[in-house]
Design a binder for this molecule. Structure first.
Ligand code: COA
Length: 167
């Protein structure tokens, strides 16, 4: 499958397609997705509350990004989920989905898109660095410490969309 044969949509997947997809990719997360969320409930929440950016190989959902663009006054969005099925990783599908996430926000005058990643997620950190050039978007990193002071828990990534050249 070449990446040019992947089809991209917004909010077309059904609730069941999203849940099935999350079950398929759960083990690719570290820690696994099911270790910290109820996958079916999480799929339903994503379906109801987020804007979904979807990548398809024929009828199979192979990539999913989900964003809450739910603060229209502050114009700050939260990027809650991104994954690509293992056999489709490395083909720039995630890069394409993030480009669409950023363009969608820019078109609605959002000023920031925030997300949180684990410090050990090298693929996600590489992806964020790679994405920085899109439309002139800058990524700012903030450390989130464990509440008990036991070191770094997560990294907050803020895509700052001011002074961009999205046209
Ligand atoms: C993170 C993830 C979404 C990346 O998806 P992908 O489709 O493989 O990424 P792309 O092919 O679009 O890669 C785009 C850029 O990301 C970076 N990247 C991707 N995989 C990487 C890796 N394993 N290590 C370092 N950088 C990586 C590279 O800079 C790459 O650019 P390049 O192609 O010019 O080298 C995918 O690995 C995944 O689904 N992981 C499991 C779920 C997960 O961890 N989600 C994030 C939770 S916060």
């Amino acid at each position: 499958m070449s990446s040019s044969e992947i089809r991209y949509t917004i909010n077309k997947a059904t609730e069941n397609e999203i849940r099935d997809h999350l079950h398929k990719c759960a083990n690719d997360f570290n820690p696994p997705l099911y270790s910290y969320v109820d996958i079916d409930a999480y799929g339903s929440k994503i379906f109801v509350k987020s804007t979904r950016f979807e990548a398809w190989d024929n009828l199979e959902l192979v990539g999913l990004g989900a964003v809450y663009y739910n603060d229209p006054e502050a114009k700050v969005a939260f990027f809650t989920h991104l994954d690509i099925l293992k056999q489709y990783q490395g083909g720039r599908v995630a890069y394409t989905l993030i480009s669409k996430v950023i363009r969608f926000g820019l078109e609605r005058n959002f000023i920031r898109i925030e997300t949180e990643i684990y410090p050990h997620n090298n693929a996600m950190q590489g992806l964020v660095s790679r994405v920085q050039g899109i439309f002139g978007v800058k990524a700012v990193f903030e450390n989130i410490s464990h509440p008990d002071g036991q070191g770094l828990k997560k990294i907050k990534v803020i895509f700052s969309m001011q002074n961009t050249n999205a046209g």
